[in-house]
Ligand binder design. Sequence first.
Ligand code: NAP
Length: 258
Amino acid sequence: MKYTLVVRNDDLSKKLAEDIHHGLKDELIYDNQKPDLVISVGGDGTILEAVHQYMDVDCYYVGIHTGTLGFFTDYQRDEVDELIHDIKKNEYHCMPRHLLEVKVHLKDETKTLYALNEMRLDHGFSTQVISVYINDVLLEVFRGNGLCVSTPSGSTAYNKSLGGALIYPGIPLMQLTEVAGIHHNAYRSLGSSLILDDRQTIKLKGDFKDLWLGIDHLQYSFQDVESIEVHLSKRAMKFIEYKEMSFIKRVRRAYIHS
Ligand code: NAP
């Protein structure tokens, strides 16, 4: 088996990465081009970087946690030996995490992007007016800072800060959430988040001359966008679970009692 490491740029993460490297080098082959296993050392943000770096490689992901929350990472900073042991033992359960497929329709072409957490149209400076269609049926004309569409994996991230619901991992759905919607007599939108299954496509239309689009930790800028379509992709990133980690325990640890 071939492995690689994606490491957050801090002393602890670099030290743990060296220990993992040392523990695996006699039995596994290091290959940062076409790895079978990508080991992330850092936070949930490091997993996002790893996934975008290796999105087109057929590989598994596992993470050791030196960040703040750890929704994607099963191992704590003092569990390096356990991680090395579990990788060598190679008995695991695979948790597929579905991506959002985001199609940006420009005048002459369509750009397709994928998100593990979410896609955001989010302007702090000026309001946006966005017509929202679900499977080509008009839902609303939204006015406000923007909109966020998240996966179940992303439900604990920006979506949560926007008041969206936490979603149990693995349920095939996406969640549309408002960013500071304006609700008065001239503009009225739903005001709560909307959860849609994988047969639905969200289409967003607006005056998108200069559009900033957030995909996970990445930002894209597009000119003259005609519309944006978002749906839950069949594509999934394969997260390895060598041991069972309760989602409810993670939620409690992150948001209720650490
Ligand atoms: P970042 O510094 O990489 O991440 C910001 C925070 O979000 C970090 O605490 C990170 O945890 C956490 N995070 C990332 N994915 C998560 C997930 N699925 N569940 C729970 N927490 C998660 O920031 P960035 O580069 O700007 O963007 C990466 C992500 O951060 C975005 O996808 C977005 O969801 C989130 N974000 C949240 C807000 C907000 O809540 N107001 C604002 C901007 C971005 P670690 O410390 O463990 O890496």
